[in-house]
Design a protein around this ligand. Structure first.
Ligand code: BG6
Length: 465
């Protein structure tokens, strides 16, 4: 087994992800006194370690952190810069010099996926993989075949427990909280199946467009960008059975089992949308068929969820930023003393992932002659304090040798299998207005079930307006 690491090597230290996320996360870990190793930054730009330190200072400050000089100095003392071409053996000789004998490095590849294979092969040839782990960022493949190929290529040199596939949604506090909430609370556990739940809605709405990522996004689209990875990982945690042990694989076994039970999507049960104006974005093809919105219906073939549809939707340029999981409970029976709309209104359990994580239980209460919905709301920030940010948590876990928050080979391949029919035969594309919740056709997917619910927005559970 491969345990804790004592050195972090970041490939692509001058890139976008490092500038926006990694350097900030490392600085914050330093401030919490949770960082305890050297950090080697690798990139192709010719510059000195002092220049990397300045780059890091700017990146951390630009990310909105107030810089504490003493903390930053401690962090800067950990940094070393190594430059070179990732396809050149000479770079790996320099890295080996810096790493030194006996180290247990974590190599974090913040690089285009086409380079994962070549970099790992070079690391292997330089003898650097023996006590190492390798973390890779998404996208992990662009369809089932390429994901399998990539897994095979990396696994030729790495054991599964040396390979950490990063999905930053798994570092989000409310996503981690799901397992605990579901299984530590009989009040939830007892409702969490087809006996009480009639449908589940998972929404990821973003109130901004593709802006400066046109070239990247146009080759990817909403399905590959956030559904195959983030939303199917959330679905696995929402729907899995309880893990049998405390180790990382007990949890990952249950997630993989659940994904195995999800039927591949029927393209007739999927609606794709593209917002007006998308094709004018630099880097986007003028006749692009890429979706910026996708909604789909999933079926899970097991005893817990048979006949309970899971509706997923994700879109750019929506009216709100909101990521949530909403369980629609079954109707109450018709009882003579209940006004009929109250009987028609569903109880709901909502887990809000972003922004302002929390949990809401929607009930119906009598109100004079009539009835109205009432809410029991918990705000995690208020009740549980400020959590680690996703990249802080993932880096910390990876360095600690704790792998439950990283996606395993089987669940990555299962999730590609689930969406593959939509890649083979993409459903028609509908346009939608920026600032709307996607094309009207997305409502028809839910026929026979309560329609898409407005996301829970506003703090303390109050809907704005
Ligand atoms: C990324 C996607 O993985 O996740 C982006 O590439 C998306 O398109 C982002 O905006 C959303 O992450 P978060 O943490 O802001 O919800």
């Amino acid at each position: 087994a491969h345990g804790a690491k004592d050195l972090l090597v970041v490939f692509g230290i001058t890139g976008d992800l490092a500038r926006k996320m990694t350097l900030r996360a490392l600085y914050r870990l330093e401030r919490r006194q949770l960082l305890d190793c050297r950090v080697i930054g690798v990139a192709s730009t010719e510059m000195s370690t002092a220049q990397l330190v300045e780059h890091a200072r700017t990146a951390v400050a630009d990310s909105g952190e107030t810089l504490d000089d003493a903390v930053f100095r401690r962090f800067a003392d950990r940094l070393t810069y190594v430059h070179g071409d990732v396809l050149d053996d000479a770079l790996y000789a320099r890295i080996a010099d810096e790493v030194g004998p006996g180290a247990k490095p974590l190599f974090y590849l913040e690089m285009p996926p086409a380079l994962f294979g070549p970099i790992v092969e070079h690391l292997g040839a330089a003898g650097l993989l023996r006590d190492a782990s390798v973390a890779v960022e998404k996208p992990f493949g662009h369809d089932l075949a390429s994901a399998r190929e990539l897994n095979a290529r990396l696994r030729a040199l790495l054991d599964e427990d040396q390979l950490l596939r990063v999905d930053h949604f798994l570092g989000k506090e409310p996503v981690i909280e799901l397992e605990y909430l579901r299984f530590a609370n009989p009040a939830l556990a007892g409702l969490w199946d087809r006996g009480s739940v009639s449908a589940v809605q998972i929404t990821m709405a973003e109130d901004f467009g593709v802006e400066d990522r046109g070239k990247f996004y146009d080759a990817v689209g909403a399905l590959r960008d956030v559904v195959q990875n983030h939303l199917l990982q959330v679905l696995a945690l929402v729907a899995m059975e309880p893990p049998a042990g405390a180790d990382a694989d007990s949890l990952r076994d249950k997630k993989a089992e659940l994904l195995k039970a999800v039927r591949a999507v029927d393209p007739a049960q999927c609606v794709r949308g593209q917002y007006d104006g998308y094709r004018q974005i630099p880097g986007v093809a003028h006749d692009s068929q890429t979706e910026t919105f996708v909604a789909l219906r999933l079926e899970i073939d097991n005893w817990r969820w048979a006949e309970v549809p899971f509706f997923l939707r994700a879109g750019k340029n929506m009216p709100v930023r909101a990521t949530e999981v909403r369980l629609m409970l079954r109707r109450a029976p018709r009882l003579p003393f209940l006004p009929s709309p109250a009987q028609a209104e569903r109880n709901q359990i909502v887990l809000r992932i972003d922004p302002d994580p929390g949990l809401r239980l929607q009930l119906v209460a009598q109100d004079g002659e009539s009835w109205r919905p009432v809410h029991l709301d918990a705000s995690f920030a208020r009740d549980l304090g400020e959590p680690l940010e996703p990249y802080e948590r993932l880096l910390h876990s990876a360095l600690a040798g704790e792998h439950s928050l990283f996606t395993r080979e089987d669940s990555v391949e299962e999730s590609w299998r689930i969406v593959q029919p939509l890649i083979d035969a993409p459903p028609p594309l509908h346009s939608y207005q920026p600032g709307s919740l996607g094309p009207a056709e997305a409502q028809q997917l839910l026929h026979g079930h309560p329609g898409w619910h407005q996301p829970w927005t506003g703090s303390d559970g109050k809907q704005p307006g």
